[in-house]
Structure formats: C-alpha cells, structure tokens
Ligand binder design. Structure first.
Ligand code: PBG
Length: 344
C-alpha cells in the first residue's frame, strides 16, 4: 500500500550526484551547434563598440579575420555575417554590388576560414536601404499612412542579392526579409545562376519583435516605424507554422524561428513536424537583457547564458544563432574555468 510519508517513486534518485545528472541530461549544448552573428562596417578604421550590446562590435575588415580564427578555434559551427554600408539608397544597391561591404566581408571570411566554419550571410535589404525597410517601397501613400512594401519588386532584388552572395562564397543564405515567396524566388535564381549547391536558411517564423531593438543600433538602421506589414504578429502561433510549411514547400534547406525565448512554443511545434533542420535565433534584445541583468549583479551571467541556450535547444532547435556563441563554446570546452559549475 502506498505510504504518503515514504514515497515509492523517487525521481530525485537520478539527481543525486553531478555524474548521474550529467548521464541523464536529455539535452546538451555543443559548440558545433552554435552560430555567431557578426557585424562588419564599411570604412571603419577600428572596431566600433555597440552601446546597447556590450561586448559586441562592428568589425573592420581587418578585425574580422582574427575574430573568425578565434571562432573556428573554439569549434563553433558557423558565422552569420551582416554588413553596414557607408551609403544607403532607396533600392539598397549596396546589397547587390559585388564590392558592397557584405559581399567583400564574405570573400574575406571564406578566404580566412572557409574550411573550418560555415560562412553564412543575411539576405535582406534593411541594412542597405535609406528608409530602413526590408524591401522596396511602393509609390508613397498619403501622409501618416503605413509605408507599402512592394513584395514582388523586392523579390527581384533578393534574387540579385542571392547571386552576389553566392558568388562571394556564402554557403548558406539567411533569408530574413519576410516577403512572400522569397524562398522559391531565391532558389530559382540560384539554380539558374549555377549555384544549385548554395543552401537557403529561411527565417520562416520571424516575428515583429521589440527584442530586435539593440540590433537596430548595431546596424545603424534608418528605420522609422515598424515592420508589422511583413513580419509576423507576436500573437500568432498557427500563422508561424504556416510560414514554416510554405518555406519547406518552396525548398528551404533549413527553417528558423526568431526571436527564440519568447517563441519557444512556435519552436517546439516547428520541431515536431519539420522535415528539415530547425534553427532558432537568440536575438539582440535577448542578449542585452542578460548582459544588463548581469551587469547589475542580478543574475549569474555565465549560468544565464548556458541556461538560455540550453532551453532553446530543449524546445527543439538543432542550432542556435547567438551573440554568446564564442564565449559559450569556450566555457563548454574548458568547464573548469566556468564559474558556478561546482555550485550547481
Ligand atoms: C534583418 C534582420 C534583423 C535581425 C536579423 N536580421 C532585424 C529586423 O528584422 O528588424 C535581428 C537580429 C537581432 O535582433 O539580433 N536584416
């Protein structure tokens, strides 16, 4: 008979020692499952710190190289490059120009580290347009009206951008613009241009999130207003899954959910049905919140980094894009140096 004072079932048994806990851990974080987003700024003479993202910089083409070598040495899986051009215009011409900063940085990255890391590029116009939107603006509407982004005209530019990035050596194009049909349009351009081996990472369930705030400083975005006519409404879970389904049908090689921590439900749902790898992006605001709380002494920084990425993996992400990638990889490789480890 069950005795309420002496339980028969004791799940705590498996939590008794560090060795046991490690043996029954269901999820692990491995350096190979991490991708580091990196910013490269055209014309910069020195790396430029980003105030809202302590510890993250806009690289020069020169400072990019040692940072890539370091990333390879700690064993992360890849890097995602973002470019910050000196000049912007309405069509984002810098994005399709082979001499544009992102394409130049990609060449540098591939030449420096191409065999050790998967070099990936953000395929979106927002860093390159003077209005800061991810696409081409349609003819101006009335004063005060929301700007209209011309979906299909934007696809034309994305196709050109894809060819420029593939030509520069990017192995994986991160389509983050949230235009309808962008995966099929880019896939077709790549195949037609002789780049059938260049893979597409679709930012499929990408939400119009406040947590991109620090990123806008990082890329010196010119955006006024918001992206709610193309990015997903944070209230919509089913619609996020529909976007994932469409991208897989259009030929996405990998799908992504973004941001990560506020969207773990969408991530778990996606992981449950996706036939292609599922990634998640721990975005700038998620990074900065941890940094800010840690700077105030309110949380243990290293443990917060580890637990946040672990939870994103547990929810179903095969790979996590995170600004903590290099640091986290190092602490996973050399656990003795990890403070707080013994206290766990
Ligand atoms: C679009 C893009 C954005 C991010 C990655 N790709 C900004 C946006 O959609 O507004 C955000 C990443 C982050 O916040 O860390 N080029």
């Amino acid at each position: 008979m069950s005795d309420p004072l002496h339980p028969l079932l004791r799940p705590r048994r498996l939590r008794a020692t560090p060795a046991l806990r490690q043996l029954v851990a269901e999820t692990r974080v491995d350096p190979r499952d991490l991708v580091l987003p990196m910013f490269v700024r055209e014309g910069a003479k020195e790396p430029v710190p980003i105030d809202s993202m302590p510890g993250v910089v806009q690289h020069t083409l020169e400072s990019l190289r040692p940072a890539l070598v370091e990333a390879a040495e700690v064993g992360i899986g890849g890097v995602m490059l973002f470019g910050i051009p000196e000049h912007k215009d309405a069509r984002g011409s810098g994005a399709v120009d082979p001499k544009g900063i992102l394409n130049v940085a990609t060449r540098v990255a591939v030449e420096t580290i191409g065999d050790a890391l998967v070099v990936q590029t953000d395929l979106c116009l927002d860093e390159f347009t003077d209005h800061g939107h991810c696409g081409i603006l349609a003819a101006p509407t009335g004063p005060g009206a929301e700007p209209v982004i011309d979906n299909d005209a934007t696809l034309e530019v994305y196709r050109e951008m894809a060819l420029a990035q593939a030509d520069a050596g990017s192995q994986l194009l991160g389509l983050s613009g949230m235009m309808d049909g962008q995966v099929a349009a880019v896939r077709d351009a790549l195949d037609g241009g002789g780049f059938s081996n260049t893979a597409v990472l679709a930012y499929s369930a990408k939400y119009a999130s406040v947590f991109y705030g620090p990123f806008r400083e990082a890329v010196q975005s010119s955006l006024v207003g918001n992206r709610r006519t193309y990015q997903l409404d944070p209230s919509n879970r089913r619609e996020g899954l529909r976007e994932v389904e469409l991208d897989i049908a259009e030929g996405a090689d990998i799908v992504m959910v973004k941001p990560a921590m506020s969207y773990l439900d969408v991530l778990a749902d996606t992981a449950a049905f996706s036939s292609v790898p599922v990634w998640a992006y721990q975005v700038s605001g998620e990074y900065s919140m941890i940094e800010a709380a840690a700077a105030n002494g309110w949380i243990d920084r290293e443990r917060a980094i580890h637990e946040s990425v672990l939870s994103i993996r547990r929810a179903g992400a095969d790979v996590v894009l995170t600004y903590f990638a290099v640091e986290l990889a190092r602490s996973l490789r050399y656990p003795a140096r990890r403070s707080g480890r013994r206290a766990k």
